[in-house]
Design a protein. Sequence first.
Length: 365
Amino acid sequence: MSNKVEKIDLIPPNFSNENFLGYKAGLRPCRKGGVNLSEQIIRGKRILHNYGHGAGGVSLAPGYANIQVNKFFQRYSSFKNLNHIGIIGSGYMGLFTALELIKLGYKVTIYADQFVKDDGLCSLETDKNHPTASQIAGGYWLPYGYEYNINEETQRVHDQACNFSWNFYKNSIEKKVYNGVRYMKVYHLDSIDYIKNSVPKEIFNDFKQVQVSWGNGKYYDAFTFTTVLIEGDIFLKELFNECKKQGVNFVNKHLNDEGEVTELPHDYIFNCAGIHSGKLFNDKNVYPIKGQLAVFRHTKGVDYYLSAPGPNGSRVTVYPHSTGTACGITHERDVWDQRPTLSICSVVAKNAQDFFKDKAVQPRL
């Protein structure tokens, strides 16, 4: 039996300055202690929390929304005053929660001060009309980047959310329900133990060691597997439109604190406000990890996700999406400014350029 390692030739992205389009930046909504799925009664209003998913929110929103809505339905379905439910937040968690409630026959209103935008690129000068973190966060499906293995219960809930979410995306692709989700080949040029640990084995276990090249004749050791690419600019809008079609009411409203939350005309409110939950409900455990991307025009043939160690201890990620080809990425803890930082984004772009400088047949600078 041959143990020969497969060699794979990949198209290098064109990260020339002439191909540059813009930047993306967003705040990962992290929380010490993991996801908050607690209930809280404030001034007679019952608040059902669902936040603290960190970098795993896009991957796991279908599952965590299903878990919290099912818990709510089992406890309160016999109450007659539950006809109309409020939701705070219009990201993935809020939209999936709305769709779960609609399935059970409830009327739903979502409150948020920003909704999905036509253009996911971000301005350097202002955070007005800044895209939601969900729209920026579109990437590959992997359920890590938050505290999920604190104890047996959080691990159990994580596994449950993983299985539900994976099946949702898998079925959506196979039935061609959405344009914003599709299968994607991933190549990691270093250890993937943290990935293997986060994914229940029954979901996928097709990890394979290969060698990859970008045309310079040299091959580099890598691990590959197949997962789902979630394109925020497309998929979030599809979910938003589906919610509207199902009768969800959207209200543009900025909420400053829990007092204003309790003034909403609902006895039961799902809090899916992500990073803003810390301020709204005085949760000191909430903190951001800022991520920034540089976006270039799409390079034909770059249809894979790459993650690799970059220059000077950085990390280089590359993936295609509707706007172009994105490269990154940064992890800046406790940085609350959601606008792109020019100096950091420039380094992100240069790191990606330098990574491919000696790997492509012709340097793309």
